[in-house]
Design a protein around this ligand. Structure first.
Ligand code: ADP
Ligand code: MG
Length: 243
């Protein structure tokens, strides 16, 4: 079965999950079933308003499903499109904040914060404030902050959509390196087919609050957009996207 709902390796399972935000309001997710395996990189794509963010919030436990069954891991961190950094805190203080809230001892807070800022290549900018950082650097801080919490699953909601193509490309490469090094499970929402094919082991195509189709991307890494096989995957998904 394509969804592999029965596998023991699954860290996230949606079984017939639906969501209505308020009683009587329109549906936001309808009968969605899929599973994510440990260590997998899954991309959710689909047109605006189809339920991608809702699915991510339900995985994170920020929103509760209205019906169906959800299995979610205990430790989840989320990276938002805007970076969501506190402007009066430095990069280091922003990363440290989550750990401090969780009462992690201060010497570990410092060590873990610096380690993760290094992982996203910001070791020279740890004392800068968000306004002194570029959009790409701010997203790097957001990723470092999420990773410092040591989640088993990292969720990203269109994290690169406000960035220029070159910065996006660099972040893609670094995210893949981090994913391989840390062996985290990643679920990322994107509205770009190319981005999803570039990053994902699987691409979940959504439409009208449901899953339309799930694609396995068998391409080896690093993936290059100018290769024939890459274009073939993109065209195949694009046909489904618009059909
Ligand atoms: P996407 O991320 O794919 O753009 P969303 O998950 O944000 O889609 O939205 C799916 C549907 O749920 C949309 O119709 C949207 O208007 C609705 N929706 C999203 N968030 C809320 C909310 N907090 N309250 C009510 N409706 C919402
Ligand atoms: Mg969204």
């Amino acid at each position: 079965m394509q969804n592999d709902l029965d596998s023991n390796n699954n860290v996230i399972v949606f079984d017939a999950v639906s969501k209505v935000y308020q009683p009587g309001s329109e549906i936001a997710l309808h009968d969605v079933s899929f599973a994510v395996r440990e260590g997998e990189f899954v991309c959710l794509i689909g047109p605006s308003g189809c339920g991608k963010t809702t699915a991510l919030k339900i995985i994170a436990g920020i929103e509760k499903e209205s019906s169906g069954v959800v299995v979610r891991p205990e430790k989840i961190s989320m990276v938002f499109q805007s970076g969501a950094l506190l402007p009066w805190l430095t990069a280091l203080q922003n990363v440290a904040l989550g750990l401090r809230i969780n009462h992690v001892p201060e010497h570990i807070v410092q060590k873990e914060s610096l380690k993760h800022l290094e992982m996203v290549k910001l070791h020279d900018l740890v004392n800068k404030y968000p306004r002194e950082l570029s959009g790409g650097q701010r997203q790097r801080v957001g990723i470092a902050r999420a990773l410092a919490m040591n989640p088993s699953v990292l969720l990203l909601d269109e994290p690169f959509s406000a960035l220029d193509p070159k910065t996006t490309e660099e972040l893609h490469q670094d995210l893949i390196t981090i994913w391989k090094e840390t062996k985290k499970t990643i679920v990322m929402v994107s509205h770009l087919i190319e981005e999803a094919v570039s990053l994902g082991d699987r691409v979940v195509l959504m439409n009208n609050f449901s899953i339309k189709k799930i694609f396995s991307i068998a391409l080896s890494r690093p993936r290059r957009e100018n290769e024939v096989e890459f274009s073939r995957e993109v065209s195949q998904i694009r046909r489904s996207f618009f059909s």
